[in-house]
Design a protein around this ligand. Structure first.
Ligand SMILES: Cc1ncc(COP(=O)(O)O)c(C=O)c1O
Length: 322
Protein backbone atom coordinates (compact mmCIF):
# COMPACT_ATOMS: atom_id res chain seq x y z
CA UNK A 1 0.00 0.00 0.00
CA UNK A 2 1.39 3.44 -0.85
CA UNK A 3 1.26 6.49 1.41
CA UNK A 4 -1.48 8.04 -0.70
CA UNK A 5 -3.63 4.95 -0.26
CA UNK A 6 -3.36 5.27 3.53
CA UNK A 7 -5.59 8.20 4.53
CA UNK A 8 -5.00 10.13 7.74
CA UNK A 9 -6.65 8.66 10.79
CA UNK A 10 -9.57 10.58 12.31
CA UNK A 11 -10.15 11.23 16.00
CA UNK A 12 -13.30 10.84 18.07
CA UNK A 13 -13.07 14.42 19.34
CA UNK A 14 -10.33 14.13 21.91
CA UNK A 15 -10.07 10.35 22.03
CA UNK A 16 -7.52 8.13 20.34
CA UNK A 17 -7.06 8.13 16.58
CA UNK A 18 -9.68 6.07 14.78
CA UNK A 19 -8.31 3.61 12.22
CA UNK A 20 -7.77 5.06 8.76
CA UNK A 21 -10.14 2.61 7.09
CA UNK A 22 -13.75 1.66 7.88
CA UNK A 23 -16.28 -0.84 6.59
CA UNK A 24 -19.16 1.22 5.26
CA UNK A 25 -21.99 0.54 2.83
CA UNK A 26 -20.54 -2.77 1.67
CA UNK A 27 -16.90 -1.87 1.16
CA UNK A 28 -13.74 -0.63 2.86
CA UNK A 29 -13.46 3.16 2.57
CA UNK A 30 -11.24 5.87 4.09
CA UNK A 31 -12.73 6.81 7.46
CA UNK A 32 -13.49 10.32 6.21
CA UNK A 33 -15.88 8.88 3.64
CA UNK A 34 -17.79 6.78 6.19
CA UNK A 35 -20.41 9.46 6.81
CA UNK A 36 -24.19 9.49 7.20
CA UNK A 37 -26.78 12.19 6.54
CA UNK A 38 -28.49 14.05 9.38
CA UNK A 39 -31.71 12.54 8.00
CA UNK A 40 -30.54 9.01 8.81
CA UNK A 41 -33.14 7.16 10.91
CA UNK A 42 -30.60 5.93 13.47
CA UNK A 43 -29.15 9.41 13.94
CA UNK A 44 -32.63 10.65 14.85
CA UNK A 45 -33.93 7.73 16.94
CA UNK A 46 -31.01 5.55 18.10
CA UNK A 47 -32.27 2.62 16.04
CA UNK A 48 -29.04 0.63 15.82
CA UNK A 49 -27.62 -2.40 17.53
CA UNK A 50 -23.90 -2.51 18.08
CA UNK A 51 -20.99 -4.46 19.51
CA UNK A 52 -17.75 -3.67 21.22
CA UNK A 53 -14.98 -6.15 20.46
CA UNK A 54 -11.32 -6.15 21.43
CA UNK A 55 -8.24 -7.35 19.63
CA UNK A 56 -5.23 -7.99 21.83
CA UNK A 57 -1.50 -8.06 21.21
CA UNK A 58 -0.44 -11.60 21.92
CA UNK A 59 2.56 -12.57 23.98
CA UNK A 60 4.35 -13.49 20.71
CA UNK A 61 3.77 -10.01 19.21
CA UNK A 62 0.96 -11.02 16.83
CA UNK A 63 -2.63 -9.80 17.27
CA UNK A 64 -5.89 -11.70 17.77
CA UNK A 65 -9.58 -10.79 18.07
CA UNK A 66 -11.28 -11.94 21.26
CA UNK A 67 -14.63 -13.74 20.83
CA UNK A 68 -15.03 -12.45 17.27
CA UNK A 69 -17.69 -14.92 16.21
CA UNK A 70 -19.63 -14.67 19.48
CA UNK A 71 -19.89 -10.88 19.12
CA UNK A 72 -21.12 -11.05 15.53
CA UNK A 73 -23.59 -13.80 16.40
CA UNK A 74 -24.98 -11.57 19.16
CA UNK A 75 -25.09 -8.60 16.79
CA UNK A 76 -27.09 -10.52 14.19
CA UNK A 77 -29.44 -11.94 16.84
CA UNK A 78 -30.05 -8.47 18.27
CA UNK A 79 -30.62 -7.07 14.78
CA UNK A 80 -33.82 -9.14 14.79
CA UNK A 81 -35.15 -6.98 17.64
CA UNK A 82 -34.91 -4.02 15.26
CA UNK A 83 -36.36 -6.06 12.38
CA UNK A 84 -33.12 -5.35 10.57
CA UNK A 85 -32.02 -7.38 7.58
CA UNK A 86 -28.31 -7.99 7.31
CA UNK A 87 -26.80 -9.64 4.25
CA UNK A 88 -24.05 -12.09 5.16
CA UNK A 89 -23.25 -14.28 8.10
CA UNK A 90 -21.43 -13.74 11.38
CA UNK A 91 -18.47 -15.55 9.86
CA UNK A 92 -18.47 -13.10 6.91
CA UNK A 93 -18.36 -10.19 9.38
CA UNK A 94 -15.44 -11.79 11.21
CA UNK A 95 -13.53 -12.00 7.93
CA UNK A 96 -14.34 -8.37 7.09
CA UNK A 97 -13.02 -7.38 10.52
CA UNK A 98 -9.82 -9.37 10.13
CA UNK A 99 -9.22 -7.65 6.77
CA UNK A 100 -9.98 -4.23 8.26
CA UNK A 101 -7.56 -4.75 11.12
CA UNK A 102 -4.84 -5.83 8.73
CA UNK A 103 -5.34 -2.61 6.78
CA UNK A 104 -5.52 -0.35 9.81
CA UNK A 105 -2.43 -2.01 11.28
CA UNK A 106 -2.83 -0.59 14.79
CA UNK A 107 0.26 -1.11 16.87
CA UNK A 108 -1.50 -1.48 20.24
CA UNK A 109 -4.60 -3.23 21.56
CA UNK A 110 -7.66 -2.38 19.50
CA UNK A 111 -11.35 -1.73 20.04
CA UNK A 112 -13.69 -2.68 17.19
CA UNK A 113 -17.11 -1.08 16.87
CA UNK A 114 -19.58 -2.74 14.48
CA UNK A 115 -23.10 -1.34 14.10
CA UNK A 116 -26.23 -2.51 12.30
CA UNK A 117 -28.16 0.67 11.72
CA UNK A 118 -31.25 2.00 9.98
CA UNK A 119 -29.68 3.93 7.13
CA UNK A 120 -32.92 5.12 5.56
CA UNK A 121 -33.50 8.86 5.42
CA UNK A 122 -36.81 8.84 7.22
CA UNK A 123 -38.56 10.40 10.18
CA UNK A 124 -41.08 7.56 10.44
CA UNK A 125 -41.12 6.12 13.95
CA UNK A 126 -41.11 2.46 13.01
CA UNK A 127 -38.67 -0.32 12.25
CA UNK A 128 -39.71 -2.19 9.13
CA UNK A 129 -39.44 -0.89 5.61
CA UNK A 130 -36.28 1.04 6.45
CA UNK A 131 -32.96 0.13 4.84
CA UNK A 132 -30.34 -1.41 7.14
CA UNK A 133 -26.57 -1.25 6.83
CA UNK A 134 -23.49 -2.50 8.64
CA UNK A 135 -20.64 -0.18 9.59
CA UNK A 136 -17.38 -1.07 11.36
CA UNK A 137 -14.57 1.12 12.61
CA UNK A 138 -11.57 0.39 14.79
CA UNK A 139 -9.42 2.36 17.22
CA UNK A 140 -6.57 1.78 19.67
CA UNK A 141 -7.78 1.24 23.24
CA UNK A 142 -5.97 0.58 26.49
CA UNK A 143 -7.84 0.28 29.79
CA UNK A 144 -11.35 1.78 29.58
CA UNK A 145 -11.44 2.01 33.38
CA UNK A 146 -8.56 1.61 35.85
CA UNK A 147 -8.06 -2.10 36.60
CA UNK A 148 -6.53 -1.53 40.06
CA UNK A 149 -9.65 -0.53 42.02
CA UNK A 150 -12.39 1.92 41.06
CA UNK A 151 -14.88 4.01 43.04
CA UNK A 152 -18.52 3.56 42.07
CA UNK A 153 -21.92 4.78 43.19
CA UNK A 154 -25.38 3.27 42.97
CA UNK A 155 -27.18 5.43 40.45
CA UNK A 156 -30.46 7.23 40.98
CA UNK A 157 -31.24 6.31 37.37
CA UNK A 158 -33.02 2.98 36.92
CA UNK A 159 -31.73 0.42 34.42
CA UNK A 160 -33.99 0.54 31.40
CA UNK A 161 -36.35 -2.43 31.72
CA UNK A 162 -36.91 -5.28 29.29
CA UNK A 163 -40.37 -3.93 28.49
CA UNK A 164 -39.00 -0.48 27.71
CA UNK A 165 -35.77 -1.05 25.76
CA UNK A 166 -34.31 -4.53 26.29
CA UNK A 167 -30.86 -4.24 27.88
CA UNK A 168 -29.90 -7.56 26.30
CA UNK A 169 -30.36 -5.97 22.88
CA UNK A 170 -27.33 -3.64 23.00
CA UNK A 171 -29.52 -1.07 21.29
CA UNK A 172 -27.83 2.27 20.62
CA UNK A 173 -30.70 4.39 22.00
CA UNK A 174 -30.67 2.59 25.34
CA UNK A 175 -27.17 3.93 26.00
CA UNK A 176 -28.68 7.30 26.85
CA UNK A 177 -29.79 5.52 30.04
CA UNK A 178 -26.19 4.37 30.65
CA UNK A 179 -24.84 7.83 29.84
CA UNK A 180 -27.20 9.48 32.37
CA UNK A 181 -25.88 7.18 35.09
CA UNK A 182 -22.21 7.41 34.09
CA UNK A 183 -22.32 11.18 33.67
CA UNK A 184 -23.83 11.83 37.09
CA UNK A 185 -21.33 9.44 38.66
CA UNK A 186 -18.39 11.19 36.98
CA UNK A 187 -19.62 14.65 37.97
CA UNK A 188 -19.87 13.43 41.58
CA UNK A 189 -16.28 12.15 41.42
CA UNK A 190 -16.88 8.41 40.88
CA UNK A 191 -15.44 6.23 38.12
CA UNK A 192 -18.74 4.57 37.22
CA UNK A 193 -22.30 3.83 38.33
CA UNK A 194 -24.17 0.66 39.23
CA UNK A 195 -27.78 0.64 38.07
CA UNK A 196 -30.71 -1.09 39.76
CA UNK A 197 -33.76 -2.66 38.15
CA UNK A 198 -37.18 -1.05 38.49
CA UNK A 199 -37.79 -3.25 41.57
CA UNK A 200 -34.50 -2.30 43.18
CA UNK A 201 -32.20 -5.25 42.44
CA UNK A 202 -28.68 -4.99 41.09
CA UNK A 203 -28.58 -4.97 37.30
CA UNK A 204 -25.21 -3.86 35.92
CA UNK A 205 -22.82 -0.95 35.52
CA UNK A 206 -23.12 1.62 32.74
CA UNK A 207 -21.24 -0.60 30.29
CA UNK A 208 -20.25 -3.71 32.23
CA UNK A 209 -21.64 -6.67 34.15
CA UNK A 210 -21.12 -7.04 37.90
CA UNK A 211 -19.90 -9.86 40.12
CA UNK A 212 -20.15 -9.89 43.92
CA UNK A 213 -17.78 -12.05 45.99
CA UNK A 214 -18.87 -13.20 49.45
CA UNK A 215 -17.09 -15.96 51.40
CA UNK A 216 -15.30 -17.11 48.25
CA UNK A 217 -18.52 -17.51 46.24
CA UNK A 218 -19.18 -15.40 43.15
CA UNK A 219 -22.68 -14.18 42.40
CA UNK A 220 -23.90 -12.21 39.42
CA UNK A 221 -27.39 -11.03 38.47
CA UNK A 222 -29.39 -13.33 36.18
CA UNK A 223 -29.93 -12.35 32.54
CA UNK A 224 -33.59 -11.69 33.43
CA UNK A 225 -32.63 -8.72 35.64
CA UNK A 226 -32.18 -6.22 32.81
CA UNK A 227 -28.56 -6.91 32.03
CA UNK A 228 -26.70 -7.43 28.81
CA UNK A 229 -25.76 -11.09 28.43
CA UNK A 230 -22.10 -10.15 28.48
CA UNK A 231 -19.68 -12.28 26.54
CA UNK A 232 -17.03 -11.44 29.13
CA UNK A 233 -19.52 -12.34 31.89
CA UNK A 234 -19.84 -15.82 30.40
CA UNK A 235 -16.07 -16.11 29.98
CA UNK A 236 -15.46 -15.05 33.59
CA UNK A 237 -17.98 -17.60 34.85
CA UNK A 238 -15.97 -20.23 32.98
CA UNK A 239 -12.57 -18.94 34.16
CA UNK A 240 -13.81 -18.74 37.76
CA UNK A 241 -15.24 -22.26 37.71
CA UNK A 242 -12.07 -23.60 36.08
CA UNK A 243 -10.16 -21.98 38.96
CA UNK A 244 -12.42 -23.69 41.51
CA UNK A 245 -14.61 -20.75 42.57
CA UNK A 246 -18.34 -21.49 42.91
CA UNK A 247 -20.45 -19.14 40.73
CA UNK A 248 -24.17 -18.54 41.22
CA UNK A 249 -26.51 -16.47 39.02
CA UNK A 250 -29.22 -15.00 41.24
CA UNK A 251 -30.97 -11.78 42.18
CA UNK A 252 -28.77 -9.47 44.24
CA UNK A 253 -30.04 -6.90 46.75
CA UNK A 254 -28.49 -3.44 46.91
CA UNK A 255 -27.33 -3.96 50.49
CA UNK A 256 -25.34 -7.05 49.47
CA UNK A 257 -23.06 -4.70 47.56
CA UNK A 258 -22.13 -2.82 50.72
CA UNK A 259 -21.56 -6.04 52.68
CA UNK A 260 -19.58 -7.96 50.06
CA UNK A 261 -15.93 -8.95 50.38
CA UNK A 262 -15.30 -7.88 46.78
CA UNK A 263 -17.23 -6.54 43.81
CA UNK A 264 -15.86 -6.34 40.28
CA UNK A 265 -16.97 -5.37 36.81
CA UNK A 266 -16.52 -7.36 33.64
CA UNK A 267 -16.89 -6.39 30.01
CA UNK A 268 -15.04 -6.11 26.75
CA UNK A 269 -14.16 -2.50 27.58
CA UNK A 270 -13.54 -2.71 31.34
CA UNK A 271 -12.01 -6.22 31.15
CA UNK A 272 -11.95 -7.21 34.85
CA UNK A 273 -12.10 -4.11 37.06
CA UNK A 274 -12.14 -4.55 40.87
CA UNK A 275 -14.22 -2.03 42.81
CA UNK A 276 -12.51 -0.33 45.76
CA UNK A 277 -15.59 1.40 47.20
CA UNK A 278 -19.31 1.70 46.64
CA UNK A 279 -20.96 4.96 47.72
CA UNK A 280 -17.75 5.66 49.66
CA UNK A 281 -17.98 2.43 51.66
CA UNK A 282 -14.74 0.48 51.10
CA UNK A 283 -15.34 -3.13 50.04
CA UNK A 284 -14.57 -5.77 52.67
CA UNK A 285 -11.31 -7.08 51.13
CA UNK A 286 -9.51 -3.99 49.84
CA UNK A 287 -6.67 -6.05 48.29
CA UNK A 288 -9.24 -7.80 45.96
CA UNK A 289 -7.60 -11.25 46.07
CA UNK A 290 -10.35 -13.02 44.12
CA UNK A 291 -10.90 -10.27 41.53
CA UNK A 292 -7.19 -9.91 40.88
CA UNK A 293 -6.75 -13.68 40.59
CA UNK A 294 -9.54 -13.79 38.01
CA UNK A 295 -8.22 -10.69 36.26
CA UNK A 296 -4.79 -12.32 35.92
CA UNK A 297 -6.31 -15.52 34.53
CA UNK A 298 -8.43 -13.49 32.06
CA UNK A 299 -5.43 -11.49 30.82
CA UNK A 300 -3.48 -14.73 30.34
CA UNK A 301 -6.36 -16.05 28.22
CA UNK A 302 -6.76 -12.93 26.06
CA UNK A 303 -3.00 -12.55 25.52
CA UNK A 304 -2.77 -16.15 24.37
CA UNK A 305 -0.62 -17.49 27.20
CA UNK A 306 -3.18 -19.98 28.52
CA UNK A 307 -3.71 -22.64 25.87
CA UNK A 308 -6.99 -23.76 27.45
CA UNK A 309 -8.65 -20.65 26.07
CA UNK A 310 -6.92 -20.46 22.68
CA UNK A 311 -10.29 -21.07 20.96
CA UNK A 312 -11.48 -17.65 22.21
CA UNK A 313 -9.03 -15.96 19.84
CA UNK A 314 -9.09 -15.31 16.08
CA UNK A 315 -5.54 -14.58 14.87
CA UNK A 316 -4.92 -11.64 12.55
CA UNK A 317 -2.00 -12.30 10.30
CA UNK A 318 -0.68 -8.82 9.69
CA UNK A 319 0.75 -7.81 6.33
CA UNK A 320 3.72 -5.47 6.16
CA UNK A 321 2.62 -3.30 3.24
CA UNK A 322 1.78 -0.16 5.19
C1 LIG B 1 -24.54 -2.30 29.37
C2 LIG B 1 -23.45 -3.30 29.21
N1 LIG B 1 -23.39 -4.35 30.02
C3 LIG B 1 -22.42 -5.28 29.92
C4 LIG B 1 -21.43 -5.17 28.96
C5 LIG B 1 -20.39 -6.24 28.86
O1 LIG B 1 -20.66 -7.04 27.74
P1 LIG B 1 -19.51 -7.80 26.96
O2 LIG B 1 -18.80 -8.61 27.98
O3 LIG B 1 -20.23 -8.64 25.96
O4 LIG B 1 -18.64 -6.78 26.37
C6 LIG B 1 -21.46 -4.10 28.06
C7 LIG B 1 -20.46 -3.94 26.99
O5 LIG B 1 -19.29 -4.03 27.11
C8 LIG B 1 -22.49 -3.14 28.18
O6 LIG B 1 -22.54 -2.09 27.35
Amino acid sequence: MTATEHPAAATDGGGPAIGAWAWFDGSVVPIGQAQVSIATHTFNYGTAVFEGIRAYRQADGSAAILFALEHYERLLRNARLLRANVAGSAQDLVQITVDLLRRNAHESDVYIRPLVYKSAHSIRVQLSGLEDRVAIFTMPLGDYLPTGGIRVTVSGWQRVSDNAIPARGKIAGSYVNAAFAAEDAHVAGYDDALLLTADGHLAEASAANVFVVTDGELTTPPLTDDVLGGITRRAIIQVARDAGYPVVERRIDRSELYLADEVFLTGTGVQVAPIASIDDRPVGSPAFPVALDIQQRYFAAVRGTDARYAHWLTPIKETHDR
